[in-house]
Ligand binder design. Sequence first.
Ligand code: NAG
Ligand code: NAG
Ligand code: NAG
Ligand code: NAG
Length: 745
Amino acid sequence: MTVLLTASILLLLLTVIRAEVLDFDDKNQDDICSLCTCKLDKTVIDCSRRGLTALPDGIDEKVTKLNLSNNEITMFPENLNKLYNLITLDVSNNRLSELNKYALFNLSSLEVLDISRNYFENWLNLSPNDLLLPAMKLKSLDLSHNKFRSMDNLVNQQLLISSSLEILILEYCEIDSISGKSILSGLTNIKILRLNFNPLVKIQGLVSSTLKSLHLSNCQLTTVNQDELAYLPSLIYLKMSHNYRLELAASTYTLYSASLKFLDISYCNVLHTSLQGFPNLKKAIINHNMIRYLRSYELRNNTKLEYLDLSYNNIGSMRVDTFKGLSMLKFLDLSWNQIASIPEGTLSEMPSLTQLKLARNYISQVGHMKSTSITVLDISSCEINTISKDSLEGLQSLIDIDLSRNLISHIPDSISSNTLKYLNLNYNRISHINNLTFFMLPRLTQLGVIGNRFTNIWKKSYFESNPYLDRLDLSDNMWRCDCSDPNMYDFYEFATLEPFKKEESFNLVCSSPINLISQTWLEACYFTWYPSQNVANANSLIWFIVIMITGLSFCILLVNCIRNSMKRRLLAIQQERERQVDEARQRLRELRIRAEQESLTNAPDPRDLISPPSYDEALSMPKLNVSTHSLCETGTGKTKRRRGRRKTKSSGDLLDETERNGDLPVLDDTEPTSDDTRRRRRRRPNRYGSHEIAELDHSPGARRRRMSEIGAEESVTVEIELERPLRPRNRRYSSDDNEVRESDF
Ligand SMILES: *[C@@H]1O[C@H](CO)[C@@H](O)[C@H](O)[C@H]1NC(C)=O
Ligand SMILES: *[C@@H]1O[C@H](CO)[C@@H](O)[C@H](O)[C@H]1NC(C)=O
Ligand SMILES: *[C@@H]1O[C@H](CO)[C@@H](O)[C@H](O)[C@H]1NC(C)=O
Ligand SMILES: *[C@@H]1O[C@H](CO)[C@@H](O)[C@H](O)[C@H]1NC(C)=O
């Protein structure tokens, strides 16, 4: 298993490596694309993060997008001039500190130039007057993360000049002052200026008839001069968030911009909304400021306002006419303030208001709110303790009301709304409802009462007039479970039964009586609700387990049986095979003996027929290191004899023994017949003596023969060697023997 796994992992690795090698090979075919990432047609080349110090060779002039960012380029590459089709050039995060006025020469198609995160420290090193002139189509220039430290226009030397540039990004440039006259005057088409994250205290000298968007967030602005925005007649978008000391306007003047539509002054130090001067404002984000109250007619001039976020202020009071004139306002966020009450009639001043957020205030009652347009009302996390019966009647379009996390303990009967769909009463203190509570809410679809104080289980009849109800959130209440009460089962079914399921059954948990604490309704009442099924179910469960266990053990048994029988069969086959081999051998022997008998009857002098000994014969003959003399002697040693017999049944040993003892040893694997023994006894003395054997063994011919016959006659047994005259025949039989074996396998 492990081997297999390792092998497969190795294979995978190999493939990956090969694939990479192939990939590399592919790249190698082309110079630049082996170094950088190219698009197929080489119009887009990404050489970022390559440790380059200069422009690599081989970049085709048709390249339109070149990324040289994150390298170590110190000199702006001169040979870029030939890439006159370049549209986007990214040289950010390099080590440039200087650009001469020919740097962009011939780059007439260039539109986006990013030289942010370099080492520029002085505007003059940019050759600002001339640099951008050749790039006649340049639209975006990113200079952020350079240390310019200031943005001046003293003798027009530091003036960037471009008639096409639209976006200038100067974030994180440590610019703390903008001084001199009209630093944007060279950029006659500038639309967006981003100066975020600069330690700017003031803006001045920003004069542009084209600038639309100005980003000044996370600076250190304290004030904006009275007429500053007047020099930006096209300004639409102004973002000045996170200027923690910024007061948008002193009490002596108001900022004015007729064009401004979007204003973000969140996270500042604004005391008053100060929006009077922006008659065309559509969206104002003034959250996280210091506004403490809203005056009458405060927003009177912002008739176009659609979105107003005043959350996270300290607004404690407002007037009925505060929002007068906001006829277009759709979204009003007043959450996280200190509002205790909404003066009656306030909301009706905003005929378009659809969404009102009042969360996290100190409103203690809901009532007398009047609006024909509000659809979503959030009054969560206030301190509401009472809802008057007619509280929703004034909100004629209300669809969604969030009253969660308040102190409501009672809902008056017949609270009515023809439009309300979503009623969120989570985390209040309500303990009772009845038939009439939701009676007048015909469109109710979702009701949440999580974390209230209900103990009595509800009745289905509470919702008889709410046909659209499809979701109930009932968890985290103190339900007292009385399983014998048929109403409980009814309501349980009503709430959880598919397909009209309104609540998950696991959310319905008993809190009393004590023996059922923290059980779900179903767990607690299962035996009561399903008495017959119950037992059956329990029984069937037991049965199921029993059947499973028996089935499993049966399977295991079966597998074992099959495995055992397979084993046995294999063993039998093997035994059978061995038996057949033995039989074959036996048959062979018998045949040989018979042949021997036949040949004995008309045997010529055996010595005439002596043929050279076979390999086995030669093997079985006495060893070379034993002299003929010692051979005679060994025969007398008892231990030697035993060893010899044990070691082999070779004819040499046999001869030894016969010579010594004068009789034939009984061989293990042969059952010689009585006349066979007799024959041998008769024959042996006149065949060859130990001298002859030794000589044979010593002779080079014997050795050669031994070599030539290695392996050919493995199966030839003792008798074969003994029956030298019959060798040809024996050979035939022995080959037969071999054939038998082969067919066996
Ligand atoms: C250039 O490459 C860098 C890093 O690989 C990447 O962040 C940046 O967006 C690329 N620039 C352009 C213009 O695609
Ligand atoms: C400048 O661009 C033109 C095509 O607009 C091209 O023919 C010429 O070779 C470029 N000059 C240099 C010096 O690369
Ligand atoms: C508000 O608008 C009126 C005209 O609609 C204008 O006369 C008045 O000056 C504006 N108020 C402020 C504070 O700009
Ligand atoms: C609620 O309605 C059911 C059936 O409509 C009625 O039996 C029951 O008395 C009513 N309960 C109350 C408190 O009105």
